[in-house]
Design a protein around this ligand. Structure first.
Ligand SMILES: *Cc1c(COP(=O)(O)O)cnc(C)c1O
Length: 299
């Protein structure tokens, strides 16, 4: 399994005299997509070492992490339990129907109950109720996930100046920051509105992971398009155009927003001439089927 680098050719890049390469993490695995594979890798090893036979995790009804955990359980021989936010809707949407087909047991929690998902008392109750599963937090972010994500930059043989990634919980970004250990400039594009909270979150994850604090990264918080899973016509048009030009699919929650923001920064002359930029394609394309269903738009 490889995540090759692929150079993009675009008149804008030529005009601004920058190079842009995509790190195709989306090609790592057909069902355990991109950064979710990186985040699961050491957790699966740990679950096995501790002799758990079940993985339990949390997510929304369209969660890439739920889909990835279900697929990983099937592939590596764990039972899986998904605690899903909100009510059950039948027929299952494409994400949950995939998870279910992988053997994941789905349990729904009201939005109110779901809010307690990281509280010790709630987790203890789940431990007892489901026979001591290995519990992964929502989005899969913990220190073993950070460790896995330090490997995103390990096989990049090219020299470069900037690396960009999208962020939800910030676990992937923390891994990239820790892996680069002060080298390069890292631009992190939060998918949520009010993404400034990730400053402290990422700093803390990195600190817990390796005891260091780095200053070579920054959040670019103004490309959230109204909030998590919110989209605007110009974002969808950009994704469509990107697909036409480069034959690479993006999704509107994370990678589409990052790439839109990155192109916008390039257009504004943010990057010095001669600069080489790497953008991490974190995958997540499974969600596009559900988006199409919800919004009636083709992505
Ligand atoms: C989950 C996800 C992210 C965000 O990862 P975090 O580690 O939670 O910040 C980014 N891109 C895609 C495609 C994802 O599925």
């Amino acid at each position: 399994m490889e995540a090759p680098l692929q150079q993009l050719h675009d008149p804008l890049l030529q005009e601004q005299e920058v190079e842009l390469w995509l790190k195709r993490e989306d090609l790592l695995h057909p069902h355990i997509s991109g950064n979710k594979w990186r985040k699961l890798k050491y957790n699966l090893q740990e679950a096995r070492r501790l002799q758990h036979d079940t993985l339990l995790t949390f997510g929304g009804a369209y969660s890439n992490h739920i889909a990835a955990t279900a697929a990983a359980g099937k592939e590596f021989g764990f039972k899986t339990i998904g605690i899903i936010r909100g009510e059950e809707h039948l027929p299952l949407n494409p994400t949950l129907s995939f998870a279910s087909a992988c053997g994941m047991q789905l349990h729904y929690k009201s939005r109110e109950a779901y809010r307690h998902k990281s509280e010790p008392a709630f987790l203890e109750q789940l431990q007892a109720q489901y026979h001591q599963p290995y519990i992964l937090p929502e989005g899969g972010t913990n220190l073993l996930a950070v460790k896995g994500c330090t490997e995103i930059t390990e096989d990049i043989s090219l020299d470069y100046d900037y690396i960009c990634c999208a962020a939800g919980t910030g676990g992937t970004a923390a891994g990239i920051v820790a892996g680069l250990a002060g080298e390069k400039q890292i631009l992190i594009f939060p998918a949520l509105k009010g993404g400034e909270f990730l400053q402290a979150e990422i700093e803390e994850l990195v600190l817990q992971y390796n005891g260091h604090k780095y200053n070579n990264w920054q959040l670019i918080t103004n490309y959230h398009f109204g909030g998590y899973a919110k989209v605007k016509p110009e974002l969808l048009a950009f994704i469509h155009d990107f697909q036409q030009r480069h034959h690479i699919a993006l999704e509107p929650i994370y990678t589409g927003k990052m790439m839109y923001g990155l192109f916008d920064l390039i257009r504004q002359g943010y990057f010095p001439k001669g600069g080489r930029i790497i953008a991490v394609h974190t995958g997540g394309l499974q969600g596009n089927a559900g988006f199409k269903e919800r919004l009636g738009v083709e992505i």
